[in-house]
Write a protein that binds this ligand. Sequence first.
Ligand code: 5RP
Length: 232
Amino acid sequence: MQITKENAALAALEYIEDGMTLGLGSGSTAEIFIKHLGLLVADGMEIIGVPTSKRTEAVAIENGVPLIEPDKVSSIQLTIDGADEVDPGFSLIKGGGACLLREKIIAHASDKMIVIADDSKIVDTLGEYPLPIEVDPFAIALTAEKIYNALVNSGCESAVTVLRQKINGGGPLITDGGHFLLDCSCKKIPDPAETAFLLSKIPGVMEHGLFVDLASIIIVGFENHAKVMEKN
Ligand code: 5RP
């Protein structure tokens, strides 16, 4: 798995140019990319990164990648991030690493988003991977019911929702933004744009893990090579 992620991350370096402000995604594939980016910086490449999570911030600092505080950034030329699933229309499920809100803020503000993913992430239809939804903890049962309705009404095959827990116990996982995460087993999401639209109308939903019309290039890593797919 590691080499397939590494091949995708290495291929993404081709898109980095001097002077760029770069959105830095979260997750293991993004971290491999950041490590290689650090080597380019050490060789004199001048870029500045905008981290999408506390963990990414720490990895960037560790690897010598200069950062700008997200509050101070005014434009981002390119974001490089991983994904949990990618469909043929370049719609994504993201948020397995619990960073989807900040990842979406940065991807949405970027001129271009490139996704780096190993070949296991490429699917015909989104939904086998549970869809993460970041919610405000207030009245969460009411929000969960609205989410259930949105998933069913947009044709999802299943709508079983589980509150994500901290890995080592101790209650619900809290995101960097101070919210909870609901992982929704949808099995199949036949119309990601419609599901995204319905979810976005629910007040307690801070953000959902469907990234529709954001990625324009997908770099898929295989054992011996990477394949670049560009949106028409
Ligand atoms: C974090 C994400 C990650 O990009 C996604 O979970 C993929 O992670 P990995 O590269 O470790 O497979 O969305 O919120």
